[in-house]
Every structure is written in structure tokens, then in C-alpha cells.
Write a protein that binds this ligand. Structure first.
Ligand SMILES: N#Cc1c(-c2ccc3ccn(Cc4cccnc4)c3c2)n[nH]c1N
Length: 243
């Protein structure tokens, strides 16, 4: 997978080259290119924003600069791309989104700042046949799109074959079965007088699986009842309902 990110703060994306993702890039599992939006400005001040039509607080990012940048970055007809635009007004980015995007050959992320990007940039891209996804990583307001891109790239990249050491991690993590993950334990067996649950040390794999499922259901009911509501009627069996 190739990922391109356009931003006025390229150094914000440096964490993508650290740790697991950095190793995935080094191993050729992922290609990441970060572009400075100001490279497409032509004025001495390298202006990327201007006042909003209709008034209101803050500034809006200029369409001319974004248009030229995306013309160049998206100019790869042999490699169809999906343009992703993080915004507080976007559709929710979920684990299902991450799985869908992990199947894409190329993702281009447009990181806005100020009050966002002039709407005509997205309209123009769609008019030219580019798939444009406006997505939000949560119901809170950030200062720009860069942090959201870090979140989304990590969520997608970890699903790519070979990136995680153990592919079961992605198959069994939270949300993979619609539930939150239950608690985890490791050595020592007792720590500050707190013992690991006996079932996890007993070696009965069926009992362990049941215990983990029960803890996941309990946690989901407590913290995310909306996820339970979203599960289909057949998602929970009798044992689940008894838990
Ligand atoms: N994904 C995502 C986001 C953002 C987000 C993303 C991109 C931009 C670009 C500019 N801003 C600031 C801004 C814009 C509009 C109104 N208010 C503030 C951003 C916020 N905030 N919260 C999220 N979950």
C-alpha cells in the first residue's frame, strides 16, 4: 500500500516512521510519502488560507493551493487512489473503515487546518471521479487533521499482511467480533496481592474462551451498550445471553 499525506506540518507525520510502522516501511510492506502543501504556493508569504465568505471565526484553506497539490499528488491513473479528508463533520472512522481501506492500493490524506478546506476542493475531486471520504475519528474537535491521519494510518497499516508479528492479534482485537476486548494478564501470578484469575492458569481452553467471552460481554455492556445493540439478533448465543 502507498500512502500520501499532504499537510502544512510535515514533521507532524514523523511518528509514522517509528516502531512498528517504521519497520513495515523498511520492509517494503508500506510506502509513505509526506508532502508540504506550501510547495504549491506561489506567493512570497506562501499563503494557504484566507477569510471565510459569509464571515465567521477563523480562516479557510484556499482552493487554488489544494487544487494544484492534489492535481499533482493524485496524478497516478495506474494507481487509483481514495482521497481521505479528516474533519469533525465526517462520517465515523471505525474498525470496519480500517478493514475496508486496508484493501486499497493507495490512500491520499489531505490534512486541513484552521476551519477546514474550501468545499470546492472536495467537489472538484469528486467531479473528476476521485473517491473522497470525509471522516472523523471521534466526537471532539482537534486543531487539524494530522493527528487524525496518524490514528487512521496506524489502524489501517496494522491490518496489512506481515505488519503485525502475529496475525491473530488483528483477528482477535477489540471490535473484531463486535465486542470490546476483555482484561489481559501476564506474569507474575500474584502482584501486590492481586492474583491472575484461576481459569487463565488452568489450561482448560474451552473454559478460558468462555471466561474471556463473558468478560468481553460484561465490559461491552458496561462501557459500550451501543455496540451490543448494533450486533445482529443471532450474534449472541444462549451462553452469551446467560453471561
Ligand atoms: N478527523 C477528525 C477531527 C478533527 C479535525 C480534522 C481536521 C481538521 C482541519 C481543521 N480542523 C480544525 C477545525 C475544523 C472545523 C471546525 N473546528 C475545528 C480539523 C479538525 N477534529 N475532531 C476530529 N475527530
Amino acid at each position: 500500500m502507498r500512502i500520501d499525506v499532504v499537510t502544512i506540518f510535515p514533521s507532524y507525520l514523523q511518528p509514522l516512521r517509528e516502531a512498528l510502522l517504521g519497520r513495515a516501511i523498511d520492509r517494503g510492506l508500506l510506502e509513505v510519502a509526506v508532502h508540504d502543501l506550501r510547495d504549491w504556493t506561489h506567493d512570497v508569504h506562501q499563503a494557504v488560507d484566507d477569510s471565510p465568505y459569509g464571515g465567521g471565526p477563523g480562516m479557510v484553506m484556499r482552493p487554488q493551493v489544494w487544487g494544484e497539490a492534489l492535481d499533482d499528488v493524485l496524478a497516478t491513473p495506474d494507481l487509483p487512489a481514495r482521497l481521505v479528508v479528516p474533519t469533525p463533520a465526517g462520517r465515523p472512522f471505525t474498525q470496519a473503515t480500517a478493514h475496508a481501506w486496508a484493501a486499497e492500493e493507495r490512500l491520499v490524506f489531505a490534512c486541513g487546518r484552521y476551519e477546514g478546506i474550501d468545499e470546492r476542493v472536495l467537489l472538484d475531486a469528486r467531479a473528476r471521479g476521485i473517491t473522497v471520504d470525509e471522516v472523523s475519528i471521534g466526537d471532539y474537535v482537534l486543531v487539524g487533521g494530522e493527528v487524525a491521519v496518524l490514528v487512521m494510518v496506524e489502524a489501517v497499516a496494522r491490518l496489512l499482511p506481515g505488519v503485525l508479528g502475529n496475525p491473530r492479534s488483528a483477528a482477535e482485537d477489540s471490535f473484531s467480533d463486535g465486542l470490546l476486548e476483555g482484561p489481559s494478564y501476564t506474569r507474575p501470578e500474584v502482584w501486590r496481592e492481586l492474583a491472575v484469575p484461576d481459569v487463565l492458569r488452568g489450561g482448560n481452553h474451552a473454559a478460558i474462551a468462555r471466561w474471556r467471552r463473558d468478560r468481553a460481554l460484561e465490559r461491552t455492556r458496561d462501557r459500550r451498550p451501543d455496540l451490543l445493540d448494533a450486533l445482529g439478533p443471532d450474534a449472541l448465543d444462549a451462553a452469551d445471553r446467560a453471561a
